[in-house]
Design a protein around this ligand. Sequence first.
Ligand code: ADP
Length: 191
Amino acid sequence: MRLLIMGPPGAGKGTQAAIIGEHYNIPAISTGNIFRLAITNRTPLGERIKRIISEGGYVPDRLTLQIVIQRLEEEDAKGGWLLDGFPRTVGQVKALDKELEAHGFHLDAVISLTADEEAIIQRMLKRAEIEGRPDDNEETIRNRMEVYHDQTDPLLEVYGERGLLIEVDGMGTVEEVSARVLAALSERLGH
Ligand code: ADP
């Protein structure tokens, strides 16, 4: 099974991705987590991207693709995966298409978590206090929203046209949302 989960910053993709991954026994791969880990560990990648991330911009496609392709080639990802936070640009969609085609794979579905923008901004500000993510201050959050609408909104149309998009209301408790997501997936995929 090969799935994507999309949605605006703070919509709860990471939380839902972990639940879905566990449910289908596939790794949930988050580019945001990979990047944050690199920053924490002060790796060369981390040093290169920390400023971009703290300002709410996107890591350049070339660098992002290198990281993702490498991750997809690891053993645990051979049988399927759920990608969280990738693709985020039209260029990344094309690169993913190519990668899938090269292996004779296809996407099974793309989950789109929808959310009320002001509510998730408030949620992220709260998260900033708890987790201390460096990109969770108000200015950066507003910038991330803007970048999302500009760069990533168009992807919903692309996957919609391909008939892959499953829209799920992302507002509510974690359990409410995951129940909706799993029900929608099971209906679409028949298992
Ligand atoms: P959120 O969706 O909650 O904003 P993520 O954890 O998915 O957070 O991503 C955090 C940051 O990592 C993004 O704002 C961006 O700077 C960077 N990032 C993550 N995935 C990508 C990607 N596919 N392409 C470019 N930048 C990315």
